[in-house]
Write a protein that binds this ligand. Structure first.
Ligand SMILES: Nc1nc2c(c(=O)[nH]1)N[C@H]1C(S)=C(S)[C@@H](COP(=O)(O)OP(=O)(O)OC[C@H]3O[C@@H](n4cnc5c(=O)[nH]c(N)nc54)[C@H](O)[C@@H]3O)O[C@H]1N2
Ligand SMILES: Nc1nc2c(c(=O)[nH]1)N[C@H]1C(S)=C(S)[C@@H](COP(=O)(O)OP(=O)(O)OC[C@H]3O[C@@H](n4cnc5c(=O)[nH]c(N)nc54)[C@H](O)[C@@H]3O)O[C@H]1N2
Ligand code: SF4
Ligand SMILES: [Mo]
Length: 692
């Protein structure tokens, strides 16, 4: 039997940021097995349980297979099957009508976590349609790191796992569960085996804590305070890289003076980390070279994210760990098509001034709209009304902060089209639902535009079922009906050719190679300076006044005020078994993690008379939800670590599949946003719990 399995190579996708090289076994046109490819350049045979189960996404009986049009009231769960021709024309007619009545910018285009090349085809669709409004999760995902990086040192400093570091700090990054940015956790595990030291900064005792030299159990949402205390110690004790600081930084004197106030003792009260441990860790980071900070998502989950990311880059710089092998580096792309030409940014020159966020004066270079500002435009018509929405790869009902507000906003929209592979709470709110072909069923390119300097091939393995279309094809055909048809391809697969053509390759030649990686280049500043106005790392921002930014990173107060009524602190983390809101419908994954778990300490459980496995109500000033208590010593007694992304595919379709029962974002609010990125507080929320 094994003999008639044909093994094909591709890369994993859409279970996290993707990247592991896979061998996919096919028999009679069906995928029968998936395993890690030992020849994989980055992953060398690694595969996680999600990756192994990933073909089950394709064969679920309830998968969307035909275009659907709403027949009942919005959200009522009544649909009729229609043809693709009708679906495309109905969508195009609505988008064109709204553009005529209210202008192109009153149609917004939504994406979620970047999943594949369609992400950039969607931005192109928005540009060609004439709308400056692409709604994305960037406010809480990577924009703070990337764009603060560009303003501070001219590039996005990614962790270089391709060269050996003496010390790795996992700062709010649970890489063995999340494989962040496809920075394949196998590369890190290899280094650890090879003697690299590890420091963990996490409110939870994550798996790797046992392998770490130090674990700093930080109070959620206080990462900026900790980073400032590190700066204080390193500067006070003269542990910084003097030659680098003198030649290559701007504003060191001002930073030194400014961080004097953030003593380990004072910041210990804020962060709950003992002052001695702060001192020892700062010393360790400053004196071990090269040392790298793998910074995770939680540093982007409060309205202080600008301070946190600024302080972290200052740390990388003054310790001489910026742009060196095994440190935090600029990644250079291989010779492929640039993003600007791909999305036809030239066709929408006034985007910066016209986009919704221009009104809110977000940081320059953030080119997508934070969901909270998008909802303000729908509900309050500020700065202008938004009436239409085309969303793909995105489940805003679950992933945007303040879910009840999201519901209200979606109810108020004139027209919503959603492309997905399953009927999600967001798709359930649409007028038109478009069934997509996805990973293993489409030719795709991974990691384009992600900033890590490589792309991976994800060739198609099997045919999609029934009437499922690749997103790229849907948009290519819709695009011809809502914008100049001459700017779209005859065959959507030409988008793949466009990307790799500058490398002198066809898509199939690229597939043969498997991946393309840009050159390793270190200390490029020695030739050209840093890409900032001063040509140096701007510890103090020279553009602060011009862009109304803080010149120096600060700690002023906790993201949310403490309150006796809500005595516990809420945080969350991603599940190793799911991607955000996706795939709760897969039996094999559901068996591994059947419920949304909320971790609480045994003391806390005892205080509230809660037993392991009890349903508990978690409540903040914004709302309440139910999750399942998991009693564990891995969290502080003052902390609740809840699960994100939970809805129930088996739930009631008329209630959007019980979207409000366990959804973490019912508890978050978009009332208080960080000005630079429009980021809400997802961490450090005062909360209370009780047995349900
Ligand atoms: N409170 C809280 N909120 C958060 C976060 C958090 O930690 N806490 N995390 C934030 C982060 S980092 C992110 S990136 C966002 C993620 O938010 P989203 O991107 O909205 O969430 P996902 O579940 O990744 O994906 C959304 C949808 O994409 C669909 N999908 C999968 N593959 C395809 C495909 O090929 N084509 C199409 N059309 N659809 C597909 C899935 O079925 C799913 O319904 O959430 C953010 N929201
Ligand atoms: N399995 C899986 N993998 C994923 C995803 C997924 O949903 N599931 N999502 C993908 C996406 S879009 C992203 S952006 C990445 C995110 O990847 P990560 O950054 O690794 O994601 P998280 O799990 O949100 O947070 C990482 C760790 O931070 C800890 N933490 C919580 N609050 C705080 C805090 O306030 N400070 C600090 N220092 N630590 C804190 C959590 O306990 C957790 O262990 O993962 C990607 N990979
Ligand atoms: S770690 Fe991510 S890329 Fe690798 S197999 Fe698992 S889901 Fe796929
Ligand atoms: Mo993300």
């Amino acid at each position: 039997m094994a003999e008639d399995i044909q093994w094909k190579k591709t890369h994993c996708a859409r279970m996290d940021h993707g990247g592991c090289a896979l061998l996919v076994g096919v028999k009679e046109g069906k995928i029968v097995k998936v395993k890690g490819d030992p020849e994989g350049h980055f992953s060398k045979g690694y595969i996680c349980p999600k990756g192994a189960i990933s073909p089950d996404r394709l064969t679920h009986p309830d998968r969307l297979k035909y275009p659907l049009r709403r027949t009942g009231k919005r959200g009522e769960g009544k649909w009729e099957r229609i043809s693709w021709e009708e679906a495309l024309q109905f969508t195009a007619d609505n988008l064109n009508r709204i553009r005529e009545e209210h202008g192109a910018k009153s149609v917004a285009f939504g994406v979620g976590m970047p999943k594949g090349l369609e992400h950039f085809v969607l931005i192109r669709l928005a540009n060609l349609f004439g709308s400056p409004n692409v709604i994305a999760s960037q406010d809480v995902c990577h924009a703070p790191r990337e764009i603060t990086g560009i303003h501070t040192c001219g590039f996005y400093p990614v962790a270089d796992f391709h060269h050996k570091s003496k010390l790795v700090i996992l700062w709010g990054s649970n890489i063995t569960s999340t494989n962040e940015e496809g920075e394949i956790c196998s590369l890190l595990l290899e280094q650890l085996q090879d003697g690299t030291d590890l420091v963990i900064i996490d409110p939870r005792k994550i798996d790797l804590a046992d392998k770490s030299k130090k674990w700093l159990q930080i109070r959620p949402g206080t990462d900026h305070a900790l980073a400032l205390a590190f700066l204080n110690v390193i500067i006070e004790e003269s542990l910084y890289d003097k030659a680098f600081v003198e030649t290559w930084t701007h504003g060191f004197a001002e930073l030194s003076e400014h961080v004097k106030q953030y003593t380990p003792e004072k910041m210990s009260e804020v962060t709950w980390i003992p002052a001695d441990l702060i001192r020892e860790t700062a010393r360790l980071y400053a004196t071990t070279k090269p040392a790298v900070i793998q910074w995770g998502n939680p540093i982007e989950h409060t309205n202080n994210t600008f301070d946190a990311t600024r302080a972290l880059i200052c740390l990388m710089a003054i310790t001489g760990n910026l742009a060196v092998p095994g440190g935090n580096v600029a990644a250079y792309d291989p010779k492929i098509m640039g993003l600007g030409p791909f999305v036809r940014a030239d066709l929408i020159p006034d985007k910066r001034k016209e986009m919704i966020s221009a009104y809110h004066r977000v940081i320059p270079r953030l080119m997508t709209i934070a969901p909270s500002y998008f909802k303000k435009a729908i509900l309050e018509e500020v700065p202008y009304p938004v009436k239409g929405f085309y969303a793909m790869c995105s489940n805003g009902m679950m992933s945007y902060a303040d879910s009840r507000e999201t519901y209200e906003a979606f109810m108020k929209l004139d027209f919503i089209a959603v492309a997905d592979l399953f009927m999600t709470p967001t798709a359930a709110m649409a007028d038109i639902v478009l069934p997509v072909a996805t990973q293993f069923e489409i030719n795709d390119i991974g990691h384009y535009g992600i900033g890590h300097g490589f792309i991976v091939a994800r060739p198609k393995i099997v045919e999609p079922p029934e009437e499922c279309w690749p997103d790229m094809k849907i948009m290519n055909e819709l695009g011809k009906r809502v914008s100049d048809p001459g700017l779209w391809h005859d065959d959507y697969e030409e988008f793949l050719e466009d990307v790799v053509k500058p490398a002198g390759l066809t898509y199939s030649e690229f597939v043969e190679k498997g991946y393309l990686k840009g050159p390793d280049r270190f200390k490029r500043y020695e030739e050209k300076g840093f890409g900032t106005p001063t040509g140096k790392v701007e510890l103090m921002l020279s553009t602060a006044e011009k862009f109304r930014l803080k010149p120096l990173p600060e700690f002023t107060a906790l993201p949310e005020e403490t309150s006796p009524e809500f005595p516990l602190v809420l945080t969350s983390s991603k599940s190793r078994y799911y991607l955000h809101s996706s795939y709760r419908w897969l039996d094999k994954l559901r068996k591994l993690r059947p419920h949304p778990k909320a971790e609480i300490h045994p003391e806390t459980a005892a205080r509230y008379e809660i037993a392991d496995g009890d349903d508990i109500v978690i409540e903040t000033t914004t709302g309440k939800i139910t999750q399942v208590a998991q009693v564990t010593e891995s969290v502080d007694p003052r902390v609740v670590n809840a699960s994100h992304g939970w809805w129930y595919p088996e739930g009631n379709p008329r209630n959007q599949y019980d979207w409000d029962r366990s959804n973490l974002n019912i508890l978050t609010s978009s009332a208080k946003l960080g000005r630079e990125y429009g980021t809400p507080n997802l961490k450090n929320l005062p909360c209370r719990i009780r047995k349900a």
